[in-house]
Design a protein around this ligand. Structure first.
Ligand code: F0G
Length: 459
């Protein structure tokens, strides 16, 4: 038997892609101020900007699209999704939202007051920004191994429970209206969180009466890692593992654009009835009636079907196998990457890739731009552009521990040959890394600057 695992699907619809010639790529990069976010998708060859909303839907999901019930209130797809969320996540109530950040906005607008803290292993950028938008303070308490790209700890997404207890004691439980955990830890290399850690987190938070919410975007990938790596879980199904993960929580935010295998959608789920009522009020203001949120009936149906497909073990083995494969090819060529391979993306460790570029000169941005130039491949900067901030007390810039370029793999979209091409592009860049220079910012927005910032090479 061959050892490789081929894609567990065959391809029924194709979308042509093309590589624009290098001189044109060079011109385009200058035009967009070296920010790959601003390049048109038609000019990208392999698009690894995100795994969010970029999945290929299955034939069953597309069939579900035709079964969309577009009634304003009480559409049947809502009840199908309700049943699915109950089965997998087990919460009493949920509201659909147009995507994950809308669920975050609603949650923080009703549960958080200015000056209060929200703890997490590592907040994703939209979570951080939505907390700050209501005057709250996001706090990251990932274990130290989670900030060391070379540590091979099996659950580098774990939250440090001692740090959490000290933090609660320091600021007072009354100033922490909720504690969170992000599975998998996207900002820290797509690394999983163990069941033991989730259980321990619940115990600590419950001991102080602090509600516990899971940022559930990549829950199925996290459950797969628990099955593979945590003693006692090898014989459980992904559904059983997901059930247990969420049994410890009071609610979750979800971007169905990830493990819901859809192009748009999300939800906010919880057990508390009063919180649900408040969420409905905000939902009607910002998103829509509680049986559709910000979505069409057909979208709700695609999510209900996608959530189930994400639990399929052959799908998950292929999915996580793709990341392992790409990481393996890069390691063979000594390219520094975050290890062990995470769930949805390969992360280039730019501090080791470009040790000659200072963090103040945005090395990960420089590398992301070069990746496009070299092979028409689009990744995303996750370093000083996305996460550096000015300390409000000292006025000094604080740079993040991790300086990464993330290559997120869309679900069921690219084949192994595409990944080989990406590996070769990166290896070629690595061989000429000495010639890659840093960047300086010529324009930035007041928040979430990475989406629209413009750069030029340092002179
Ligand atoms: N939480 C996590 C962990 C995420 O990765 C994202 C989105 C969100 C929340 C927000 O969800 O995009 O549906 O509003 N991550 C995408 C990414 C954008 O590229 O990693 P959303």
């Amino acid at each position: 038997m061959p050892k490789m695992i081929p894609e567990p699907f065959r391809i029924k619809v194709v979308e042509p892609i093309k590589l624009v010639p290098r001189p044109e790529r060079e011109k385009l990069l200058v035009e967009v101020g070296y920010n790959p976010f601003l390049i048109r998708s038609e000019h990208i060859y392999i698009d690894l900007l995100t795994d969010s909303g970029t999945s290929a839907m299955s034939d069953r999901q597309w069939a579900g699209i035709m079964e969309g019930d577009e009634a304003y209130a009480g559409c049947r797809n809502f009840f199908h999704l309700d049943e699915t969320i109950r089965d997998i996540f087990g919460f009493n109530y949920f509201v659909p939202t147009h995507q994950g950040r809308a669920a975050e906005k609603i949650l923080f607008s009703i549960a958080l007051r200015a000056g209060q803290y929200v703890t997490n292993n590592m907040h994703f950028d939209t979570t951080q920004a939505n907390i700050e938008a209501v005057g709250g303070r996001p706090v990251n308490l990932v274990i130290d191994e989670g900030l060391d790209p070379t540590s091979r700890h099996p659950f580098k997404g774990n939250l440090d429970l001692d740090k959490l207890t000290s933090f609660i004691e320091e600021v007072g439980a009354e100033n922490i209206p909720l504690g969170m955990i992000t599975v998998t830890n996207n900002s820290g290399g797509g690394q999983p969180v163990s069941m033991e850690n989730i259980r321990g987190l619940k115990d600590v938070l419950a001991g102080y009466d602090i509600p516990f919410f899971i940022d559930a975007c990549r829950f199925a990938e996290n459950a797969h890692f628990i099955k593979q790596r945590e003693p006692g879980y090898a014989d459980k199904t992904i559904l059983e593992i997901a059930n247990e993960m969420f049994s410890y929580a009071d609610g979750c935010t979800m971007s169905a654009k990830k493990d819901g295998l859809v192009n748009i959608g999300g939800f906010l789920a919880m057990n508390d009835e009063e919180l649900y009522q408040s969420a409905c009020n905000q939902l009607i203001l910002w998103e829509g009636f509680p049986t559709y949120g910000g979505l069409a009936g057909r979208d709700l149906e695609a999510i209900a079907r996608g959530l189930r497909e994400a639990l399929d073990e052959s799908y998950l083995a292929y999915r996580v196998g793709q990341i392992e494969y790409l990481v393996g090819r890069l390691l063979e060529a000594q390219v520094p990457v975050v290890e062990p391979p995470g769930g949805h993306a390969v992360y280039l460790d730019v501090r080791r890739f470009l040790p000659h570029v200072l963090q103040s000169q945005f090395p990960a941005q420089a590398l992301a731009a070069q990746l496009y130039l070299e092979g028409g491949v689009r990744g995303v900067e996750m370093g000083s552009v996305m996460f550096a901030h000015r300390d409000s007390e000292t006025g000094r810039m604080v740079y993040p521990d991790l300086e990464l370029v993330r290559l997120a793999i869309p679900r069921r979209v690219y084949t192994q040959t595409h990944l080989d091409y990406v590996a070769e592009t990166i290896i070629e860049l690595y061989q000429r890394r000495d010639r890659i220079q840093g960047m300086e910012i010529v324009y930035e927005a007041p928040f979430l600057r990475h989406f629209t910032a413009r750069f030029k090479p340092v002179s």
